[in-house]
Structure formats: C-alpha cells, structure tokens
Design a protein around this ligand. Structure first.
Ligand code: TYD
Length: 203
C-alpha cells in the first residue's frame, strides 16, 4: 500500500490553486495513486452548512465567530474525511486548510496569530499537512480574476487581501520545508510543471 499523504493548496482568492489541484489529481491518478480531492470550508455534511454561513450569511459576523466557524468545519473535516483517507494510504489534496486561517483570520482580520496556530492544533489534533503549495498573487490580479460577483470573504477589500498575501509569504518563510511558493501569475502549464517537480520528492 502507498504511504498516505496530506497536501494542501493555499493562496488568496483567484490565485488558481483549484486549477492546479485538479491538474495534480488527474496526474496522480494517471500514475495509479489513490487520490481524494477535498476542500475547506465545506467538504460535506455539516461542513456544507458551515460553508453556507461563512460565505453567504449577510448579517454581522464577528471576526472571532468567523474564526470558530472555520475551525469547527476543520475539526469535522479532519475527523471524518482527511485522517481516515490518509490512514488508508490515499493522497489527500485539500483546497485550503490551516494556513488559510492564519493568513485570513490572523494576518487579514488581525486576530492573534500564535493563538490561531494553537487553535489549529486543537482543530486538527496536531496533524499538519505534509506539503503545502502557496500560489502567490498580487491583489490587483486576484480581484480581476474574482470579478464582480464576490462572496462575503471576497468582499473584504484590497487592504485585507494585501495582508493575506503577506501572511502567506510569512508562513512560507517560517516553514520552508513544508511550504512551497509558486508565482501564480505565470501560465497554468508552467506552474503545473513546477508543482510536479515539487511533489516528486514526496511520492
Ligand atoms: P471559496 O469559495 O472556497 O474560495 P476559494 O475558491 O478562493 O478557495 O471560499 C473560501 C473563502 O473562505 C476564501 O475567501 C478564504 C476563506 N477562508 C478563511 O478566511 N479562513 C479559512 O480558514 C478558510 C479555510 C477559508
């Protein structure tokens, strides 16, 4: 049986991480790996309800309430989807995870970063991603790609997204072994080649 692997895809909205995730899923399946594609917030069941609140609720949501909703989603997702799949030897490709909370609620909203990291440990019972790909993008390009039809998070404004971007870059600097950064303004195929090179050391 293959060794299970947990890989996360991160970056600001519109960075193209989902496209890269789907390309990698296809590539790995072609190479006979068992792959699970999942996401946060809202993989399934309870998570879908939390996702709806997080992205579509139009009333007031305090930053701390938002934080705990993302964490609740993560705890459930970890227990019912990610851990069982990794234990069964599968490669889990997850669209957003713990680093999103550090970047968005920590750097973006300004909540205490060290405390968020600790809460992430509780939500995941300490299981970190084996590998994380961050797709770095400037705010202007990212907002152009998102377009006019923005959800609750995407409406947070340029200043917020600048902080999110800097947050991701800071995380990558702190954990260079786990976190690899790609220039998300390059052509899709070029980025994908770099993604494949990065993953080869792990599988
Ligand atoms: P989604 O539509 O999945 O966006 P994307 O396609 O860019 O991943 O929306 C998820 C939104 O939630 C996105 O704006 C990032 C945000 N988010 C947080 O703020 N904190 C988190 O912990 C997570 C997982 C996501």
């Amino acid at each position: 049986m293959n060794k299970g692997l947990f890989i996360t895809f991160e970056g600001a909205d519109g960075c193209g991480k989902t496209t890269q995730l789907m390309l990698l899923a296809k590539y790995l399946k072609q190479h006979n790996y068992e792959v699970i594609v999942t996401r946060e917030p809202g993989a399934k069941g309870l998570g879908e309800k939390l996702r709806d609140i997080l992205l579509n609720y139009d009333g007031d949501v305090s930053s701390r309430a938002e934080l705990f909703l993302f964490l609740a989603d993560r705890a459930q997702h970890m227990d019912v989807v990610i851990k069982p799949a990794v234990a069964a030897g599968k490669i889990v490709l997850c669209d957003r995870h713990t680093d999103s909370t550090v970047a968005y609620q920590g750097y973006g909203r300004g909540l205490d970063i060290e405390r968020i990291k600790y809460l992430n440990v509780i939500a995941t019972s300490g299981r970190k991603p084996d590998l994380t790909f961050v797709f770095d993008i400037d705010v202007e390009t990212s907002m152009q790609r998102v377009g006019k039809d923005k959800d609750r998070m995407e409406s947070a404004g340029d200043e917020f997204f600048n902080k999110v971007r800097n947050g991701y870059l800071a995380i990558a600097k702190q954990e260079p072994e786990r976190v690899k950064v790609f220039d998300a303004t390059k052509p899709i195929e070029e980025i994908f080649k770099e993604v494949v090179t990065a993953i080869k050391g792990f599988i």
